[in-house]
Design a protein around this ligand. Structure first.
Ligand SMILES: NC(=O)c1ccc[n+]([C@@H]2O[C@H](COP(=O)([O-])OP(=O)(O)OC[C@H]3O[C@@H](n4cnc5c(N)ncnc54)[C@H](O)[C@@H]3O)[C@@H](O)[C@H]2O)c1
Length: 485
């Protein structure tokens, strides 16, 4: 039975749906048609208060459970999520416009991976014993308390779980605010966690725009804020969190480089460039949108790329044959169209695409610019749409220097058959999530996150644990205390 698109309430607080129609209206638009499919409301201060009170109470209870019991709830949630993968994927397609072909394999399933991984890890999160001769110190890994998650709109189920799974495994509670553009999916995550045995109030969802996020970030009861969003929002949220000396994880934007050397397998490099620019219609933070191609293979690369792009099946995202869908919103489409105009105006060569597709919804053609230079706007700013910039280079040193000449540092990729070069180059690229002869893989076992303006902290893997817990150290004196007087 597929999910109803209109939820029973806008928010999920203390284990149940709640509504307060006094909050600003949030229309949910199916971006493949432009139709309104549901109407939600932003959280009022009263709803935010209910969520924080519920989270505080649940956290105290949850932290008392043994980590193994906590882990069991998460792994049960992972199992439910996998059983409902199809319905969750359909819902995510309505929420985001992304093709079902993608949501079936890369959203709820990735969310379930996180719940399963951190559920399994929970029981092994321990402190250590530090011998000091006769005396000793032991450490206790403690939860932070009530944590806030704030999501972007491109992977609403995955983002909610990449934050909630490690947070809850460590004994925290969470209030999550999805992006106002995709408010539906996180509500299902909350329902599933309740069904799996999470106490009421452990994972709450409140809807709203920036003001609701800001109210959460500045609340003194909140110990940590994890944001997935753009750099400008990250700056504001980080600064607000700093006022209260809160922990933060910032998963922000990027303008990541992909370096294709002339010895690369061209089809693999083209495949990587397609995945790193057109998956989710280009709305992926770690995308390799600056594709540096060594001069000798540039035309062959472009020819093969153009050929393969003809194979994109553009259409109804609910049709499993569709491999390229609309942008998330009309607003985002308009922003991307602005970048395409700038690319042409600043002298880049349009190889393919560039236009809005003549059908309902917010569709743009997969677009490739060649002869892009480092100073062009499309090579400097994050576009967050299906626009690839191809730049050419001569030498390895030059490519590394130009790839690093950006304020961002989320991801980077290298395509070469020379593995020594692959490791040497990746070692010099200033980015957090890197790939050799691949692009955009994000298994839960691997740390994910950026350097420079792309963020701080890491999601996924054992590294995430450090960002969702804190260490208490206890010095134990076995003999007498020697005081000077
Ligand atoms: N690094 C990653 O893991 C990752 C993943 C996906 C997306 N992103 C980035 O997200 C951006 C696209 O998403 P977006 O347009 O939704 O980003 P955005 O920055 O506009 O919004 C992100 C979230 O922050 C909230 N917000 C806005 N102002 C706020 C404030 N003052 N206080 C608290 N919350 C506030 C929004 O309501 C939304 O939920 C891109 O830059 C992309 O690169 C990063």
């Amino acid at each position: 039975m597929p999910y109803e698109l209109q939820p029973d309430g806008s928010h999920y607080v203390n284990g149940a749906y709640v509504e307060d129609t006094a909050g600003a209206e949030i229309p949910v638009i199916f971006s493949a048609t432009g139709e309104r499919i549901a109407t939600l409301h932003a959280a009022t201060p009263a709803i935010v208060e209910q969520a924080l009170v519920a989270a505080e109470k649940a956290q105290a209870e949850w932290a008392k459970l043994s980590p193994r019991e906590r882990g069991r709830v998460l792994t049960r949630a992972a199992q439910i999520m996998r059983e409902r993968n199809h319905d969750l994927s359909v819902l995510e397609t309505y929420d985001t416009g992304k093709p079902l072909q993608e949501t079936l394999v890369a959203d709820a399933s990735s969310a379930a991976d996180a719940l399963e991984y951190f559920g399994g890890l929970a029981a092994s999160l321990t402190g250590e014993h530090i011998p000091l001769g006769e005396d000793w110190v032991y450490t206790i890994r403690e939860p932070l308390g009530v944590c806030v998650g704030i999501g972007a709109w491109n992977y609403p189920t995955q983002i909610a779980c990449w934050k909630a799974a490690p947070a809850l495994a460590c004994g925290n509670a969470m209030v999550f605010k999805p992006s106002e553009a995709t408010p539906l999916c996180a509500l299902k995550v909350a329902e599933i966690l309740t069904e799996a045995g999470a106490p009421a109030g452990l994972f709450n969802v409140v809807q709203g725009m920036g003001e609701v996020g800001s109210a959460l970030v500045t609340d003194p009861r909140v110990a940590k804020v994890s944001l997935t969003g753009s750099v400008p929002t990250g700056r504001r949220v980080y600064a607000a969190a700093a006022e209260g000396m809160k922990h933060v994880t910032m998963e922000l934007g990027g303008k990541s480089p992909m370096l294709v050397f002339d010895d690369a397998d061209i089809d693999n490099a083209v495949g990587g460039a397609i995945l790193g620019n057109f998956y989710s219609s280009g709305q992926v933070c770690s995308n390799g949108t600056r594709v540096f191609v060594q001069k000798g293979i540039k035309e062959a690369f472009l020819a093969r790329l153009t050929e393969r792009l003809k194979g994109a099946v553009i259409g109804d995202p609910l049709d499993e044959a569709t491999s390229f869908g609309p942008m998330v919103s009309e607003r985002q489409m308009t922003i991307v169209q602005g970048f395409i105009e700038k690319g042409a105006a600043e002298g880049a060569r349009l190889v393919t695409g560039g236009k809005r597709i003549d059908r309902d919804g917010w569709y743009l053609e997969p677009t490739v610019f060649a002869d892009v230079t480092d100073d062009m706007t499309i090579a400097r700013e994050e576009i967050f749409g299906p626009v690839m910039s191809v730049l050419d280079f001569d030498t390895e040193e030059e490519a590394i220097a130009r790839a690093n000449a950006t304020e961002y540092g989320l991801a980077a990729g290298v395509f070469t058959r020379d593995l020594a070069r692959g490791h040497r180059v990746i070692g010099q690229l200033r980015a957090g999530s890197c790939f050799i002869n691949s692009y955009n893989d994000a298994p839960v076992e691997a740390p994910f996150g950026g350097v420079k303006m792309s963020g701080v902290g890491r999601e996924n893997s054992k590294a995430a644990i450090e960002h969702w817990s804190q260490m208490k150290s206890v010095y134990v004196r076995m003999g007498d205390v020697e005081a000077p007087f």
